[in-house]
Write a protein that binds this ligand. Sequence first.
Ligand SMILES: [Zn+2]
Length: 166
Amino acid sequence: MVNVTPCEIGNYGKFRQFFLKCVEVGNIDAVYYEGLHRSTSLGVEVGIKFLEPNIPTHGLSTLVVGIFYVCIGEDMKASHVFQQFAVNHVDLRSDAIFEMGDELESRLSSFHARYLNSHNATFKFPDNDVIKTPRCLYGHDYMVDFEGICKNCRLFWICFNISHML
Ligand SMILES: [Zn+2]
């Protein structure tokens, strides 16, 4: 399943029927792909609902649901999901999360993300005792250090970039 290209499992793809069978039986990767697919075509709320069974077992699904909650302004739910992600998968400031963000971005773009930035008005990153909005956010010299993104800001920018895709 993992190597199947998105077009082949999309609405008109030749593997669509087989793929939907996998989704039906709860295949964890199939649920992940279909959840992302639905989020770009039907909206992030639909995506969240669909991906829920994968939380917290599947790392990318868990991460993206947290990000989707940020998009729709549910910062407390986002915080909760990010904590589950951190406990079960990788640290929120790690290099690994940077790579997972990349994977989510390229996957969403392959599912025809529309880059509408339609959640601009509701976007709300958590800011509580456990997960804080990084205070250094706009204090960096991005001309020099753009790719180096500081560890504190990493999760924020992943959320920000993905929010712009939807
Ligand atoms: Zn920073």
